[in-house]
Design a protein around this ligand. Structure first.
Ligand SMILES: Cc1ncc(COP(=O)(O)O)c(C=O)c1O
Length: 315
């Protein structure tokens, strides 16, 4: 935990520190683990294939991890934001994807991404390559272990700071972050509340997705005690018009943190997550003596694709 913020009450930011490859998204462990998993037998895995939205932080981290591991990488980018300007299409994470040297394929919004990934894998196979599929967000059981690690790290930090039962708040999209956090908390027998702030799916859909994945993570960890469904909370009130579409509350949150702490959150995930946290603080949703930790999962590179959402910043 590297900073304490004042947003009407004290909130502690946990900047997940296990980010050895690229600093801007602190959730690199999904792609990194997936790639490292196979890099011990490198010849079997020369091409990492993944997917995401145009300004996907996950794709950019996978590109960086692949560069680090010396692997080829291709990604399918889905156009999820209608009428987005040129900077969204080319700057921010897209620019970095290209800098890391991966091959990008663009598809329209609504494309069945898993099927598109399978079809790309078939093409790689046809040309003699060995595809290794990484789901969007790196959100499968293996990828979610990154956030089990995060809980271990948090537990040590909380002990050092004398925090007994912190309430974690974070952004939730493809579910791996929240599934890993919940599985880690459950596996360690902790009783910490977690509130995911949804960026895409409705509450019911997201909570089911997170719970299903958390059960798979616990299975991988060999934990038999089932995670109660009621532990999964994914608030969908801060999505706005849709995934990746700016909201006033996100803009306010991004600017507030930038101007009071000099810390960046991103427009698609952590900005909406922080907007949710601010709303919870304002509504008195936390107990007066409750310790609140905002898990800052990174993503600030995406800001460069979203300058159009911050007209006041240019004024
Ligand atoms: C910066 C950032 N924060 C949070 C998330 C949400 O995590 P998840 O997709 O694991 O739910 C993402 C997803 O890519 C992200 O890029």
């Amino acid at each position: 935990m590297s900073a304490v913020h004042r947003v009407g009450r004290e909130v502690i930011r946990q900047r997940h520190s296990a980010a050895p490859i690229v600093h801007a998204r602190q959730q690199p462990l999904a792609p990194e683990r997936r790639i490292r998993h196979d890099s011990g037998r490198l010849p079997a895995c020369p091409a990492g294939l993944t997917c995401g939205a145009v300004q996907s932080n996950h794709v950019r981290q996978t590109a960086a991890a692949a560069a680090f591991a010396g692997l080829q990488c291709e990604a399918i980018l889905e156009e999820r934001v209608n009428d987005a300007p040129q900077e969204y299409q080319e700057s921010g994470n897209v620019f970095l994807d290209k800098l890391f040297g991966i091959k990008l394929h663009r598809v329209p919004g609504g494309t069945a991404m898993d099927a598109a990934l399978e079809s790309l894998a078939s093409k790689v196979l046809e040309r003699g390559g060995k595809p290794y599929l990484i789901p969007g967000g790196g959100s499968n059981a293996l990828g979610s272990l990154g956030y089990v690690d995060c809980v271990l790290e948090l537990q040590r930090q909380c002990e050092a700071m004398g925090l007994r039962k912190p309430h974690l708040v974070h952004a939730t999209g493809s579910a791996g972050t929240q599934a890993g956090l919940l599985a880690g908390i459950h596996a360690l027998g902790l009783d910490w509340p977690v509130t995911g702030i949804g960026v895409r799916a409705s509450r019911e859909v997201q909570e089911t997705r997170v719970h299903d994945l958390a059960l798979r993570v616990l299975d991988l960890l060999g934990v038999e005690q089932p995670l109660p469904r009621a532990k999964v909370v994914a608030d969908d009130r801060f999505i706005g018009a849709g995934y990746g579409v700016p909201t006033d509350a996100m803009v306010e949150a991004v600017q507030m943190l930038a101007r009071t702490e000099g810390i960046l959150v991103d427009p698609v995930y952590t900005g909406k997550g922080l907007a949710g946290l601010l709303a919870m603080v304002r509504a008195g949703s936390f107990e007066p003596d409750e310790d609140v930790i905002f898990v800052h999962t990174g993503g600030s590179a995406g800001l460069f694709g979203y300058q159009w959402a911050f007209p006041q910043a240019a004024a």
